[in-house]
Every structure is written in structure tokens, then in C-alpha cells.
Design a protein around this ligand. Structure first.
Ligand SMILES: Cc1cc2nc3c(=O)[nH]c(=O)nc-3n(C[C@H](O)[C@H](O)[C@H](O)COP(=O)(O)OP(=O)(O)OC[C@H]3O[C@@H](n4cnc5c(N)ncnc54)[C@H](O)[C@@H]3O)c2cc1C
Length: 690
């Protein structure tokens, strides 16, 4: 065991080790490190940087007024921008991820500027057009926001009502919020911070769809709104209050022709004398300008969206990991019942929490495998329209499934803690409030999952289940070329085996393979049912729930496929731990999730097989319960990131909790005793009664 331990440590950066030891992680063991090295590298070091560099600026949101909160968040963002400039992109990415886990409001404020604003400029503008403004944004000399959504429109973007009318005599556009519904809404940073915005508007004359403009909102020195611009913030939200989400209206706002981000537009200017020429900067008034879109290059515009949606996996996983870490540590210390057991030994506790922990590890790993592959494609300039369609569908279904799962898991973790989780001091309600936006922002999940299933159905119908046409399927759908084989699937595994503790690695590995086939079989049956329903003249809306479920199934099997590759490539000594994690994850989603019934509906499992698999799932959770503390230690969230006294690493939970409560409550007599309580009691007569 000693040799093994050393070999694992050798893979791990020594600095992180030292940091870990300094932080008193005395429970470090081989088991912990096996998971840590393979699935969750780099976290401790990056938390150290966040603690040293950034965290000092901010207490908890509910301990501050809205103004103090926004101010503190802004000072953290200022430091993040400095680090962004100082560090290498790779090193900064790790810090940024740690920051996300520490403070989601600051992270979103930073994300709106750096990703939504800057990336839209980069992808939609020509290099010459945006170079200057991008440089300023990167130096933090201006702050940007992303103004797409309107009060009455978002998922269906063609419905937006903001207008940009071209005035050829002045070579300018005039922006107008034509109706109340056209008010830009939910715009992160627009409430107080943003000096500039990328704004989605309908061009008049039309190019067949909305286009992007870059518009100045505020004076950089005074913060006053520019002429014709009106804006404000939206007030308290479910979470991330440190971000100033806002609204914007435009009234006859004049912007130059160059403000139209025109990378995917063809702009042609015709002189009165009839010569046709490209002319971006002509000052002549005797010209006619025509705008048209260049659809062939449009796929490049999806590059940013795909990356963002893949990034949402990591955020979804870490939110669920934090919530399950808090709930698990509490469940280990908390005792309740006549024999005073640890509450984690109640079956409902360990069968709830352990699958969340395992799936958090799975989703983290899927992100860490897929996001760099996609990034590399983009950086190498190798994104063809077909590849983009395939990745678009992949990112859409993964983002939908795992952000939905994350929200459900946070709520389950809260419920498993009883009353104390209801206190804001214990952080879970804060994680829940901050994370809900993930299912909506970056594309609403219901809309995204239908985009994925539309891609699946169209590919299936055009390619058929014909093996010779395998090449016609995108990479993520290549398994559908074997559809006929999956239709004859029958689970072939000795389920009557009694004790999960005695299963060998090859047996576990084989069961995982069978489960992957079962997910694929279910997908093929679902597609067939949808295709038949369509042929009976049912419209899309009639099939919507099944289409959304199809996307979820596809996302699950994609994740399992990635994880089986990770398992096979892992060090042989690590494989038993990883296979247990993966098996509990797979059995749980197959038998205990809201989508389990599909396996019975399509006879993928017989009722007896289903019951046995469910039983094995519960046994597996019990087996892993023994290592529950080590599993959550492997996430390596320091106490200052978890922010919950009930999840303290040292297990001393009640004293710090009571201390926090007492600190927040120093007044021994209510400030409104005399005016309200005493008068209600009749102890002090009100003026009216005198
Ligand atoms: C905290 C936060 C920050 C945000 N930041 C920004 C920002 O910085 N910039 C920005 O532009 N926007 C931002 N948004 C807006 C966000 O992008 C939109 O909320 C999102 O796109 C969904 O649009 P909507 O709210 O208009 O919902 P709608 O499009 O009106 O949808 C409402 C509901 O109707 C259903 N629905 C709609 N269409 C379909 C369909 N085709 N099939 C099935 N069901 C459907 C879904 O259940 C959906 O949830 C933010 C939102 C939040 C909450």
C-alpha cells in the first residue's frame, strides 16, 4: 500500500500537497487522493489563491445591505481583472473556477464582462472593428454587458422588438425601444456597472434576423447615462444579488455605422454614380448601403455558446458537490433517534447523498474531458458546420440534464438536513438561490433539449439505421448506426448475485457496459415511438415531453461513455474506486431517478431485473457510505468556501453555529419593542387611544 500511496502522490503537484497539509487535511489517504488526482485535480491550490487574494474583501451577502454587497462584489471583480491580466490563461482558469465556487455573484459579474461582452465582440465583430474596444475591456477601462433578453422576449429571439434604423444620410443607426416589451431585461451589469453593451436589435432594413451592436451606456468617468439611454437595476433576486441585473431602454440613440458588429454581414455601399464597392468609412451622403447576412459563416457564432454551455456542467457539478458536502458532513456528525445513530446511517440519507456525490464527480470529469477538446477545436480553427452541429447538440443536452439534476440535488441535500438547512448561515439555500439561473440562462433547458432531440431525430431519419451510412451520423450519434442491435438488447448479467461487496472489477465493468447498452436501447425505442407518433400527424408540441426526455437520455449515455473511457484509462489501482463511483451513479439514474420508468415502459428491463438493479443500487450506496467522509473530502472545499458551520472539516459544528447566530443578534430587546410589541401587549397606550 505504501508504494501505491507514493506513486499516486508523485502524480500530484507537490505544492498542492504542502498547501493541503498546511490546511490541516489530516484525513488525506490513498482513497482520497485516488479520486482527487484522477477526477478533481488542482482545486486546493486555486482555493489558496482565492483565499489570499480575493476572499478577504467580502462577508456573506445576507450580512450586508444591497449597496455594500454590490460594492464588495465589485472590489473582488477588480482584483479578478488584475489577476486575469497577470496570470497565464491556464493558471487563471483554475483560479476563476475556484472563485466561482467561492462567490457565484462576483463570478457572474466577471463572466458577463469577460465572456458575454468580450466574446460577443470577438465572434460578431470584425478584427478592425473591435480591436480598440476589446483592448480597453481587457484592461478594465470599460465594463461591458450583454443585452439580448427583453421584457417580453428571449427564447424566441426573432420576436425581439428593439429597432436599429439605418440613416443613410448620416451613416448612423438610431436605436429605439419601440414598446414596453422591447425593454432590455435581466441584463447583468446593466443596473449600475456597465459602460458599454452589446445589444441585439432588429436592423431596418431587415437582414432576416436580429443583429448585434456595440453601444455606450454610461460616461466612464461620472457613471451618468448617455443621452437617450435609460437604465436601472431590477432589485432583489433569488440569488447572486451581488450582480446588478438591470433593464435598459433606448430612445433615439444615435450610433455610428461601425457600431454594427458585421463579421457575418455583407455591407455594400453603392454610389449614386452606380459604382459598387465595399465601403465601411465613407463620409459621402450620396450613397445607398445594403446589408445582408452571410449564413455560411454563421456556425462560427455558435463557438462561444457551445463553450459556455459546456462550462455550465462544471458549475452545476460544483454546486451539487458543495451542497452534498455540507449535507454529508452534517449527517456524519448529527445524531438523532432512540439509539442515537449518526443520521447518515438512515437508509434514506445514504441512498440520497452518496449518488449525488458520485454524480458530481462524474459531471466534473465529463466537463474536464469535453471542454478542453472543444476548446482545442476552436483554437485550431477546425470547427466545420457539421462539427458545430454535433457539438451544439452535445453541449445543449448535457447542459440541460446536468443543470436540472444539480438543482434537484441541492434541494435533496437541503431536505436531508432537517431544519438547520433552512438557516442562511448554513449556505445550502444560498447555493440553491445562486444556481437556479443555470437552468434558464445560456439558453432555457426546455428549448435547448429540444434542439438536441431535433438533431437526433433528423439525423436518424436521414441516415436511417443503415450501417453503411454510419458516416452520416455526427460523432456523438455514431452509436445510432447500430440501432437494430440495441433493439434486441436484453440484460445479460447475473443479477441474483447477492453481495455487491463481493463483485470483482471485471464484473462491475461488465455491468457498466450492459447499462450503457440499456440506455442506448431505451434511446432507440424512444426515437421509434416519436417517429411513429409524428407519422400519425401529431405535431411537435404533442411530442414535446418525450423529446425533452430523449435529450436527457442521450446526455446520460454520452456522459457514461466518456466515464467508461476514463475508467479504462485509469491506473489499475484506482479502477476499483472509480468503478464503484460510476456504478452507483449509473444504477441510481437507471432505477431511482424520475426517468427510470422509461426502462420499464419500453421493456428494456423486465420488472424483476429492475427490482434487482434497484436493490443493488441501494446496497452499493450502503457500501460507499463507509467512505462518505473521504469522498466529500476529495472535493477539497475549504471551510471558507463551504461557508457552513454545520459542514466544518473538524466536525465541531454546533459551537461555531451558535457563535454565528449570537453575533448576528446582539440586541437583547427588539428595537421596535416600544412602538409595536409593547403597544400590542397593551403595556404602552398608543396616541390614538389616549
Ligand atoms: C440571473 C439572470 C441573469 C441573466 N442575465 C442575462 C444577461 O446578462 N443578458 C441577457 O440578455 N439575458 C440574461 N438573462 C435572461 C435569460 O437569458 C433568459 O431568462 C432566458 O433566455 C429565458 O428567457 P425568458 O426568461 O424570456 O423565458 P421565455 O423565453 O419567456 O420562456 C419562459 C418559459 O417558457 C417555456 N418555453 C419557452 N419557449 C419554449 C419552447 N420552445 N419549448 C418549450 N418551452 C418553452 C420554458 O418553460 C421557459 O422557461 C438572465 C436571466 C437571469 C435569471
Amino acid at each position: 500500500m505504501k508504494v501505491l500511496y507514493v506513486s499516486i502522490l508523485a502524480c500530484y503537484p507537490i505544492l498542492s500537497m504542502i498547501e493541503a497539509l498546511k490546511k490541516g487535511l489530516t484525513r488525506i489517504k490513498f482513497f482520497h487522493f485516488a479520486i482527487f488526482v484522477v477526477l478533481l485535480p488542482c482545486q486546493i491550490e486555486s482555493f489558496g489563491i482565492v483565499e489570499k487574494e480575493i476572499a478577504v474583501f467580502k462577508p456573506r451577502p445576507f450580512e450586508m445591505s444591497e449597496e455594500e454587497n454590490r460594492k464588495a462584489t465589485m472590489s473582488q471583480m477588480k482584483r479578478l481583472i488584475e489577476l486575469w491580466r497577470e496570470m497565464t490563461p491556464e493558471a487563471f482558469d483554475v483560479v476563476r473556477h475556484a472563485m466561482l465556487m467561492y462567490d457565484r455573484a462576483t463570478s457572474m459579474r466577471f463572466y458577463v464582462h469577460v465572456t458575454l461582452f468580450c466574446e460577443t465582440l470577438r465572434t460578431q465583430g470584425t478584427k478592425e472593428q473591435v480591436e480598440e474596444i476589446l483592448n480597453k475591456a481587457e484592461r478594465g477601462e470599460i465594463f461591458g454587458c450583454f443585452a439580448m433578453t427583453e421584457l417580453c422576449h428571449s427564447s424566441f429571439l426573432r420576436g425581439i422588438e428593439t429597432e436599429a434604423t439605418y440613416d443613410s444620410s448620416k451613416e448612423e443607426f438610431e436605436l429605439n425601444s419601440t414598446t414596453l416589451g422591447a425593454t432590455k431585461w435581466w441584463i447583468g451589469g446593466a443596473g449600475q456597472t456597465a459602460t458599454h453593451a452589446v445589444v441585439l436589435a432588429n436592423l431596418i432594413p431587415s437582414v432576416g434576423g436580429p443583429v448585434w451592436f456595440v453601444v455606450q451606456l454610461r460616461d466612464v468617468t461620472t457613471g451618468s447615462l448617455m443621452p437617450g439611454v435609460d437604465a436601472g437595476h431590477l432589485g432583489p433576486k433569488a440569488g447572486r444579488d451581488g450582480l446588478d441585473s438591470g433593464w435598459i431602454r433606448f430612445s433615439k440613440v444615435r450610433v455610428s455605422k461601425a457600431s454594427l458588429l458585421s463579421r457575418f454581414l455583407s455591407i455594400e455601399t453603392k454610389r449614386i454614380d452606380g459604382n459598387l464597392r465595399k465601403d465601411e468609412n465613407s463620409q459621402s451622403s450620396k450613397i445607398i448601403t445594403t446589408f445582408s447576412s452571410m449564413p455560411k459563416s454563421q456556425h462560427l457564432a455558435y463557438n462561444t455558446l457551445i463553450g459556455e454551455r459546456l462550462q455550465a456542467l462544471s458549475e452545476a457539478a460544483s454546486s451539487a458537490a458543495q451542497a452534498s458536502s455540507i449535507a454529508t458532513r452534517y449527517a456524519i456528525v448529527r445524531r438523532q433517534g432512540p439509539r442515537n445513530p449518526q443520521i447518515i446511517d438512515f437508509k434514506v440519507q445514504y441512498t440520497t447523498l452518496l449518488p449525488i456525490i458520485c454524480t458530481s464527480m462524474v459531471v466534473t470529469t465529463v466537463h474536464s474531458k469535453l471542454f478542453p477538446s472543444w476548446n482545442q477545436l476552436v483554437m485550431d480553427g477546425n470547427t466545420t458546420p457539421d462539427l458545430v452541429s454535433d457539438w451544439h447538440s452535445t453541449a445543449a443536452c448535457l447542459k440541460s440534464l446536468w443543470t436540472w439534476w444539480s438543482m434537484e440535488s441541492i434541494e435533496k441535500a437541503r431536505r436531508s438536513m432537517g431544519g438547520h438547512a433552512f438557516s442562511s448561515f448554513n449556505a445550502i439555500t444560498g447555493i440553491w438561490g445562486d444556481s437556479g439561473v443555470l437552468t434558464t440562462g445560456g439558453g432555457d433547458n426546455y428549448v435547448l433539449s429540444q434542439q438536441c432531440s431535433s438533431y437526433i431525430i433528423k439525423s436518424y431519419m436521414t441516415s436511417g439505421a443503415n450501417k453503411k451510412k454510419k458516416k452520416l451520423f455526427g460523432k456523438s450519434l455514431s452509436y445510432l448506426a447500430d440501432a437494430s442491435r440495441y433493439k434486441t438488447f436484453g440484460l445479460d448479467w447475473p443479477l441474483e448475485k447477492k453481495d455487491v461487496n463481493a463483485w470483482t472489477l471485471p464484473e462491475t465493468r461488465d455491468l457498466l457496459n450492459q447499462l450503457l447498452k440499456a440506455w442506448r436501447a431505451a434511446i432507440v425505442f424512444m426515437i421509434d415511438a416519436i417517429v411513429v407518433a409524428h407519422s400519425l400527424h401529431q405535431n411537435w408540441n404533442e411530442q414535446m415531453n418525450e423529446l425533452i426526455e430523449l435529450s436527457n437520455f442521450h446526455a446520460f449515455q454520452l456522459s457514461l461513455e466518456v466515464m467508461i473511457e476514463v475508467l479504462d484509462a485509469a491506473d489499475a489501482k484506482v479502477q476499483p474506486i472509480l468503478s464503484d463511483i460510476l456504478l452507483l451513479h449509473s444504477l441510481h439514474h437507471a432505477t431511482q431517478s424520475e426517468r427510470s420508468n422509461v426502462f420499464l415502459e419500453h421493456n428494456v428491463f423486465t420488472p424483476t431485473q429492475f427490482t434487482q438493479l434497484k436493490k443493488h443500487c441501494q446496497e452499493m450506496a450502503k457500501k460507499m457510505r463507509k467512505n462518505a467522509a473521504l469522498l466529500v473530502d476529495a472535493f477539497a472545499f475549504p471551510d471558507f468556501v463551504l461557508k457552513s458551520p454545520l459542514a466544518r472539516f473538524d466536525g465541531n459544528i454546533y459551537e461555531p453555529y451558535f457563535e454565528m447566530v449570537k453575533r448576528a443578534n446582539t440586541e437583547k430587546v427588539a428595537p421596535y419593542w416600544a412602538s409595536e410589541i409593547a403597544t400590542a401587549l397593551g403595556a404602552i397606550k398608543t396616541r390614538a387611544k389616549l
